[in-house]
Design a protein around this ligand. Structure first.
Ligand code: NAD
Length: 422
């Protein structure tokens, strides 16, 4: 994962995740045995995926599924399609899922999957074959009581429909609870598609209030305009903020007066990128991170705020829509500069909360209204913010340290109560 980094800064999400875990273990006073157990995934599988291309040639792809922990319940985590996928990246993302589920008190452990592929270069029919073969290869490991995938970078509700169908065909009956983030017509939950972004905005508004900043007219920049960034920008604008810059992997656009987000969304639907939007000036995607804004929402990939640029970040608040956008070295610089960082495992947990609601609805075959989903999401995000900020104040540590400590403690408690088998 090197996309956004200066040449001297290499992203290493697994190292970052282990550093965060080590700090939590120290804060909690646990021994090295607990660290070793939690630093290592319980189970991981690497599969090869032979793909018949539309032109008749065969290409062999590589995929992973990592299950980091099951102490509190079945594993849960997204599936990523990206040319940058590595086993270490998937391990880090699986570990963060364990903390996120524990922090939000949903009854899951953590998992993550990835296939090394750039989906933009493949047809829908090819992506369907990749998804079905990958699902078939990992099918002994997944299931509603074992491990429940969901969309992540480069995958969507269509991907989850193919996964659910492939698993169901192999099982011999329809198993709606095997994946979340499915289409509404196929057992998806109302509110799931926007849940991560709604959660990001709940946390952003709480963080603004914490810093005494009124949302109306406050400035925001959003990196990434996919499933998370797009709706985050929309909901921030609806809450009265001025979204002055957004970017995607192709470039960025900015307007000090505030971008017209619905018009920008229409431009992205028509062209596939924010680049070329007439309602703003072109900016470099990296420069977006360094704008003097009240709120910065990184919603793209890991490791974008690092030791090479942390001292140039001027945002007063960072709310992490992406997983792992800030390295531990950058965290220390941001804390010293008084920047409030709402960490990924708290800020982007809205997705897994409504995934949990989707799984509950699928298992009970009983559907909730959109209002019920959004009310329960708001309640859970609010409670999590309160408990993390109170814990941070009690311990005198940043929000990430407090959130990770709360989560690790819950996982370790579950592990110790279950005991070590044999
Ligand atoms: P996505 O594939 O829908 O969108 C990713 C966006 O990031 C795209 O707009 C892409 O162009 C952009 N991007 C990629 N590289 C970039 C770069 N170098 N600079 C600027 N933009 C870049 O993915 P997503 O589901 O929105 O996921 C984004 C992040 O949020 C990931 O870290 C993911 O793990 C995390 N996340 C997603 C969910 C979810 O429900 N989808 C939940 C929790 C966390």
């Amino acid at each position: 994962m090197t996309t956004l980094l200066s040449p001297d800064v290499e992203a290493n999400p697994l190292e970052d995740a282990r550093t965060q875990l080590a700090s939590a273990i120290e804060l909690l006073g646990y021994d090295d045995g607990i660290y070793q157990m939690l630093a290592t995934p319980r189970r991981e599988v690497t599969v090869t995926i032979p793909l018949r291309r539309d032109d008749g040639t065969v290409e062999v792809l590589v995929g992973h599924r990592v299950q980091h922990n099951f102490s509190r319940g079945p594993a849960k985590g997204g599936l990523r399609y990206s040319p940058d996928v590595t086993l270490d990246e998937v391990r880090a993302l699986a570990m963060w899922m364990t903390w996120k589920c524990a922090l939000l008190d949903v009854p899951y452990g953590g998992a993550k999957g990835g296939v090394r592929i750039d989906p933009r270069h493949y047809s829908q029919a090819e992506l369907e074959r990749v998804t079905r073969r990958y699902t078939s290869e990992i099918s002994p490991l997944i299931g509603p009581e074992r491990d429940i995938p969901a969309p992540d970078i480069g995958t969507d509700e269509r991907t989850m429909a193919w996964m659910m169908d492939t698993y169901s065909v192999q099982t011999g009956h329809t198993v709606l609870g095997v994946a979340t983030g499915k289409p509404i017509a196929l057992g998806g939950s109302l509110g799931r598609a926007t849940a991560t972004s709604r959660g990001v905005v709940h946390i952003a508004l709480a963080a603004l209030a914490d810093r005494g900043i009124v949302p109306a007219g406050a400035t925001a920049a959003v990196q990434g305009f996919g499933k998370v960034g797009r709706y985050a920008a929309r909901f921030l604008a609806e809450a009265g903020l001025r979204v002055i810059a957004v970017s995607d992997q192709y470039g960025g656009v900015a307007d000090e007066a505030g971008l017209d987000v619905p018009a920008l969304e229409a431009h992205v639907d028509a062209t596939g990128s924010v680049v070329g939007f007439a309602g703003g000036d072109a900016i470099d995607g990296n420069d977006l991170l360094e704008l003097p804004v009240d709120l910065l929402v990184p919603a793209a990939v890991e490791g974008v705020i690092h030791r090479g640029n942390a001292h140039r970040i001027q945002a007063r608040i960072i709310v992490e829509g992406a997983n792992g956008p800030t390295t531990p070295e950058a965290d220390a610089v941001l804390a010293a500069n008084g920047c409030l960082v709402a960490p990924d495992i708290l800020a982007n947990a809205g997705g897994v909360i409504v995934s949990y609601f989707e799984w509950v609805q699928a298992n009970q075959a009983y559907w909730w209204s959109a209002d019920e989903v959004e009310l329960r999401l708001a309640e859970r995000m609010g409670q999590a913010w309160e408990s993390v900020s109170a814990h941070a104040a009690r311990l005198g540590v940043p929000l990430r340290a407090a959130a990770t400590a709360l989560a690790v403690e819950r996982v370790a408690q579950a592990h110790l109560l279950r005991g070590l088998y044999p």
